[in-house]
Design a protein around this ligand. Structure first.
Ligand SMILES: NC(=O)c1ccc[n+]([C@@H]2O[C@H](COP(=O)([O-])OP(=O)(O)OC[C@H]3O[C@@H](n4cnc5c(N)ncnc54)[C@H](OP(=O)(O)O)[C@@H]3O)[C@@H](O)[C@H]2O)c1
Length: 259
């Protein structure tokens, strides 16, 4: 029999909960006894998640995080209703479409609104309340793609790098307040998100394995959860190379060309 995970959380909000990593993480935490508020736009998928989770452990929250003002208002109301959220995971993520001109505003708009602004709204909505309670854990799901520039990745990597920076700054500012901040940077996880990737996808993990790894490490409130190894280390070291050297190597690996 599998041992039940011990969790310090009573309540959690997870965005991007209707599929992939977010959905699998909701199930992990719900099975560990956490009351999870599962947020996304597709209501029927959220209802299926509620049905699959242990009875009463998951509440669906229909939310478009790109609508930042509504997101902040809904999370503040939720925080009031549940007596204080212990854990907030900004996981919702949009992939740029591949059938639009690269690097045009139309390509960047949704990833910027969802992956950066939506995450900022999610993470800061009840930050003053968490600080006042001297309790809380903020988690942002960024990406190994945030370490350094990649070809054909402006729309994805730039908002993710912004999110990583936001989390690092918050970590500095919140030291000693009782509120922890964790940056999660996955490599490749087998979800709809990567299904149409034009890039090679080494060391692909299942969404269940990725969620189990995140759920296991979160209670220690680490600064970072980067996975899988050695891809995380390779990416980090590769990012240290000068651009004149990285560019040709990356173009060779990805066979990417603008022409
Ligand atoms: N899979 C990977 O290899 C990988 C690697 C690195 C980082 N990540 C990051 O991990 C996170 C989860 O990705 P995933 O792979 O699990 O992708 P996924 O299966 O495509 O799930 C994306 C989730 O985000 C939600 N979402 C998208 N736009 C939203 C919006 N405006 N408001 C609310 N929810 C929204 C989607 O739900 P609705 O459509 O129902 O709203 C869905 O639940 C993302 O931030 C992604 O960038 C993934």
């Amino acid at each position: 029999m599998q041992a039940r995970m011990v969790t310090p959380y009573r309540t959690a909000l997870i965005t991007g909960a209707s599929s992939g990593i977010g959905r699998a993480l909701c199930l992990e935490l719900a099975r560990a006894g956490v009351h999870v508020y599962a947020a996304a736009r597709r209501v029927e998928r959220l209802q299926a998640l509620v049905a699959e989770a242990p009875a009463g452990q998951v509440t669906a929250l229909v939310l478009d995080v790109a609508d930042c003002e509504t997101t902040v208002a809904r999370i503040r109301a939720l925080d009031n209703e549940c007596g204080g959220l212990d854990l907030i995971v900004a996981n919702a993520g949009a992939s740029p479409a591949h059938d639009v001109p690269p690097d045009a505003w139309e390509t960047l708009r949704e990833p910027c609104h969802t992956n950066f602004c939506g995450a900022v709204a999610t993470l800061t909505a009840v930050l003053p309340q968490m600080v006042a309670r001297r309790r809380g854990h903020l988690v942002g799901v960024s990406s190994l793609a945030s370490f350094g520039a990649l070809p054909a990745a402006v729309a994805y990597s730039a908002p993710k790098a912004g999110l990583s920076m936001l989390l690092a700054c918050l970590r500095l500012d919140l030291r000693g307040t009782g509120v922890a901040v964790t940056t999660v940077r996955p490599g490749f996880v087998s979800t709809p998100h990567v299904a149409s990737s034009p890039h090679p996808v080494p060391q692909m993990m299942s969404e269940a394995a990725a969620a189990a790894l995140i759920a296991r490490r979160l209670p220690r409130r680490p600064e970072r959860i980067d996975f899988p190894q050695p891809l995380a280390w390779t990416t980090r070291l590769f990012a240290l190379l000068p651009e004149w050297l990285r560019g040709p190597i990356l173009r060779g690996v990805t066979k990417w060309s603008r022409s």
